[in-house]
Design a binder for this molecule. Sequence first.
Ligand SMILES: [Zn+2]
Length: 296
Amino acid sequence: MKHLLCTLLFGIFLQGKEIALSFDDAPMSTSKHFETLTRTDMLLKALKELQVPPVMIFANPCKRENSSSVISQLKKYKDAGHFIGNHTCSHPRLDDVGYTEYIKDTKKADDLLFPLFVGQKFFRFPFLNEGKEEKTRDQMRTWLKENNYRNGMISIDNDDHIFSFKINQAKERGKKFNYSKVKKLFIEHLISAVNFYDDLALKTLGYSPKHVLLLHEMDATVMFIRPLIKELRKQGWKIISIQEAYKDKIYFEQPKNIYANNGIIDQMAMEKNGYQVDFNHIDTIKSELNKILGLE
Ligand SMILES: [Zn+2]
């Protein structure tokens, strides 16, 4: 009896708190903070030193005129054991350009990224915009299936890109600021997003899924990735590989509603409750960042 109880408790303890990392919009161009290759190398080094299992890099190979330099930069991720996903070639928004243009751009990325793909192909919609019309959404679902793609969904949305945008804006304006204050806010914000969506999953799905965290290959995220990973681990999160996370049944869901823009947990909550309860702290974060960076 005692043994059974221990096994049960151990099982409960082991459930949940698993998270995989994904980085969109790679490779980002040179900024006020980093040269593009330096940033990629920094991220790779941090992931290696912290022994992070394979992540997925969602790439836009049309970012530079010379796509071969983009491919060789992305190949560094592949060579380090990470996965490359298609994030369209030039990052259009589906509802802005329409299905035909969007597919043209997506196919171009598929051709360019082909040498870098390993195993199951994944596609992530820029802006998580899967189409506000059901017809477009369904056309995309069919296209992905026919072209051997799975939707590279995310479970945790958080707007990490705001931090990079703001620190660059401050640097451009010649502001002197304290990076450790930005780091503190970044970590707090990311951790609260993780907890928010895990909690929403428990309420909506009745279990804690293997999470996929949306991040970007951008300055602040790369700068603060080490403390973020350390904090997640300190709070009991296990970093798992992206292939492991995508085995979770939640990433095979095809909700009827069209509210995909905050990730699959939020979309499932909408499906269940009929209203969205997304984690939207963007205005607070922007104003706190403005204070720290002297941008007011
Ligand atoms: Zn993107």
